[in-house]
Every structure is written in C-alpha cells, then in structure tokens.
Write a protein that binds this ligand. Structure first.
Ligand SMILES: Nc1ncnc2c1ncn2[C@@H]1O[C@H](COP(=O)(O)OP(=O)(O)O)[C@@H](O)[C@H]1O
Ligand SMILES: [Mg+2]
Length: 236
C-alpha cells in the first residue's frame, strides 16, 4: 500500500486492505480500533456510529469501510451506510449499483422498506446501503423524522451500523447526524490535518452534544511506505 493520503482521487473507491491483506499490520490495527470502539461504551449498547473528520479526503470512507469489514468478520451483521450525500464513494469501493440507496428511503414515504435499498457484499455478514442518487438538499434530507425512523429500523435489524458522513467543517450534515447516532469517531490524518481544524471539528460536534467515542489517527508512514493508524479514546 503506497498511496498517499494527500494524493486525492476524488470519488473513487477506497482500498479494502482488511479484505486484500487481512494479516497485514494495518488490518490488525483496524481490528484494534474495532475493539477499542466496542469497549469505549460500557454503560450503553453501541449499535450505530458515524465516522467523520474535519475536512474531505482525510480517510473517513477508508476507515468506515475497513472497520465495517472487521465487524462483519466477527460474525456480527453489519451495515455500512453511505450518508456522504455530497461525495459518495461506498458503492464504488464495493462495486455496487448506486441506483437505490439512503436517498431513495428519505425521499419516499414509509412504503419503501430499507431492505430494498441495501445490497450484500463479497464479505459475509456485511451489507451496504449506498447513498442513492445525489439530492440537491442533503442536510434537509438528513434532518428529517424519516431519517430517525430509518435509523431506528436499522438499529433493530443489525448488530452494528456505520454511517460514512461528510466532513464536519464544510456543511452541517455531520452535526445533524451526530445528534442521531450512538457515537462518533473522528478521523485525523496525522501530519496533514491542521490542528485548528481538528479542534474546530471537535467543538462543532460537542456543540450539538454528539458523543465523541475517540479519534483514529490515519496517515501514511512515508519511511515504511504503508498504511498507518491508531485509536485514541476521547479522554486522551
Ligand atoms: N491510511 C491511508 N494510507 C493510504 N491511503 C489512504 C489512507 N487513508 C486514505 N487513503 C486514500 O486517500 C484518499 C481519500 O480517502 P477517503 O477515505 O476517500 O477520504 P474521505 O472519505 O475522508 O474523503 C483515497 O484515495 C484513499 O484510498
Ligand atoms: Mg468519503
């Protein structure tokens, strides 16, 4: 793996290192992150989380997709939802159609069942709900009671649900979603993200009382030319 985080390939899929190289160090790190997230909430059952970051191209989709794989590998029925209705990539990563997805659910009434918008993947136990057609008004769509109902439905039917959402800094989508999910993980590309933007992103999430579970450090270790990451609980 030698792609650099800074070398942006907009709207392409991300690398599923946890599928391609399950024994690699980075895959082990994703499993560690999973365990840390699982143990970050002892009092409350953690079913629905979202992955965000301060800016675009910082690794949200990479972390979401690989974490989803590690959850499914544990035998838990897992759903990865592409709620980045501005720059959706999950369907490309898993090579699925984006004809129907989250926006299909949000733009129709209760007659459309969520199962009609999700697809099985090459990973056992892992399902994907793509974004669906990109709408003109993503924030408005996410900020609806229909969205709450969709989340409630998913919560009942999956062991674990991951929402891949837009960055915090640009639009309000992540803040809206932060109020609806059980917990939020912030991706920080070490050495690239400006400290200020991370502080602002954290403040924006705390403003809406989003529960920040922890931070995933994501970066390329240029000397060894491979993926590198780590997880820090929200207290550290
Ligand atoms: N740790 C990493 N090592 C190498 N490349 C990475 C890493 N994290 C992300 N990338 C690459 O950087 C680009 C942006 O990542 P992505 O996950 O799509 O970001 P976001 O969803 O935050 O916009 C993609 O091409 C992805 O493959
Ligand atoms: Mg993305």
């Amino acid at each position: 793996m030698c792609a650099k985080v800074t070398k942006q390939q907009p709207l392409s899929g991300v690398q599923l290192v946890t599928i391609l190289e399950p024994t690699a160090t980075i895959s082990e790190q994703f499993r560690t992150i999973r365990t840390n997230i699982q143990f970050s909430q002892v009092a409350q059952k953690l079913t629905v989380i979202m992955i965000t970051s301060a800016k675009k191209s910082e690794g949200k989709s990479t972390v979401s997709a690989n974490l989803a794989v590690t959850w499914a590998n544990q035998g838990q029925s897992t759903l990865l939802v592409d709620a980045d209705l501005r720059r959706p990539t999950v369907h490309k990563t898993f090579q699925l159609s984006n004809q129907y997805g989250l926006t299909s659910l949000l733009t129709t009434d209760n007659t459309l069942d969520y199962t009609a918008t999700m697809q099985a993947t090459m990973v056992e136990n892992l399902y994907v709900m793509p974004s669906g057609p990109i709408p003109p008004n993503p924030s408005e769509l996410l900020n609806t009671s229909r969205m709450n109902q969709v989340i409630a439905d998913l919560k009942q039917n999956f062991d674990f649900v991951i929402f891949d959402v837009p960055p915090v800094g640009v639009v309000s989508d992540a803040q809206i979603m932060g109020t609806k999910v059980d917990g939020t993980v912030l991706v920080v590309p070490q050495g690239i993200a400006l400290k200020n933007s991370v502080v602002q992103a954290k403040a924006a999430l705390e403003n809406v009382h989003a529960k920040i579970l922890g931070v995933v450090m994501n970066r390329v270790n240029s000397t060894e030319d491979k993926y590198y990451g780590g997880y820090y609980g929200s207290d550290s």
